[in-house]
Design a protein around this ligand. Structure first.
Ligand code: CUA
Length: 322
């Protein structure tokens, strides 16, 4: 008996533990997410209560003798017509109110951030021509309007802890306004199947205090740092010689490609290849040499012809771009 209870408690805690973490819609990190969470609770609890009531009535109808179930017609009209109309209308009115509040979340101080989905990464653009990838930083307490689009197929932009989900449709721009309050790092994920590496299409969203956000944005606006020594300079030269600049831009160098992520400050990003790997000099080297092995079918070829010394310098230089 006791064993069974322990198993049950364990199962329930495992189930709830699955809802924790940086990608949970059940732990809202701001007003937008709280509104959506509140609406989900109303739906869950309301549906649960109605389900329990209907099941109880069904059981009673099955088990009770017919003469103990008077007014069958009233039950059909009341339970089958009046109750659903009243319940669904009330729900709709509540939902309209929430939707209206969500769409009115913006204001004159709204920050505009453009995000474009690619197979399989995210380009993020801030005012002033600042481009980054797979990493979003936003200020706490200030509305942010995400203007989302796609460069190829349909993707879906979703940060469960901060707001609703919005599709990225070819030839179209969608908008989503989010207000985040709680500082921290949240995880976003593509929520529409978009090909082989759909699962490896994630990003980090850091909610920072306004002054830290301003400092971050100012740093992102600067061109790449000059190589500090001969080793890093050799890395930069290898980058330019191997033709990496055909796809990637590094501001402050001749590399100005736009097919792949802007790498001007790649060393400051928490992950590589849209959440595929933690970012370090080792994973950078691994990615350059084996991109097709780590994330098959992505647009980056594996540069497995590069000798070890050059690869180390190349990865070292990229890692130094903070
Ligand atoms: Cu992009 Cu799924």
């Amino acid at each position: 008996m006791r064993d069974r209870r322990v198993v049950r408690v364990l199962l329930v805690s495992l189930w709830l533990a699955a809802c924790e973490g940086p990608q949970s819609a059940l732990r809202p990190g701001g007003r937008t997410a709280e509104d959506i969470f509140g609406l989900s609770l109303v739906l869950f609890i309301g549906a649960g209560l109605i389900f329990a009531g209907v099941m109880a009535l069904a059981l009673y109808a099955v088990l009770a003798r017919p003469e103990r179930f008077p007014g069958a017609r009233a039950w059909v009209v009341g339970g089958g017509v009046v109750f659903p109309v009243v319940a669904l209308t009330a729900l709709q009115v509540h939902e309209f109110a929430v939707a209206r509040r969500l769409s009115a979340a913006g204001g004159p101080e709204t920050l505009r951030v453009e995000v474009t989905g690619f197979m399989w990464w995210w380009e993020v653009r801030y005012p002033g021509g600042i481009r980054t990838a797979n990493q979003i930083v936003i200020p706490a307490g200030r509305p942010v309007e995400f203007v989302v689009a796609t460069a190829d197929v349909i993707h879906s932009f979703w940060i469960p802890g901060l707001g609703g989900k919005i599709d990225m449709i070819p030839g179209h721009e969608n908008r989503l306004t989010i207000l985040a309050d709680t500082l921290g790092v949240y995880r976003g994920q593509c929520a529409e199947y978009c090909g082989a590496q759909h699962a490896l299409m994630a990003f980090d969203v850091a909610v920072e205090a306004p002054e830290r956000f301003d400092a971050w944005l100012a740093a992102q606006g600067r061109p790449a740092a000059e190589p500090a020594d001969a080793f890093l300079a050799a890395g930069r030269d290898a980058f330019l010689m191997l033709g990496c600049g055909a796809c990637h831009a590094v501001r402050g160098t001749p590399a100005a490609g736009t097919i792949g992520p802007d790498l001007t400050h790649v060393g400051s990003r928490p992950t590589l290849a849209a959440g595929t790997l933690p970012n370090s000099v080792g994973t950078l080297a691994g990615w350059i040499a084996g991109a097709q092995h780590l994330k098959p079918e992505n647009r980056m070829p594996s540069f497995n012809i590069v000798d070890g010394e050059t690869l180390r310098a190349l990865a070292g230089w990229l890692e130094s771009l903070k």
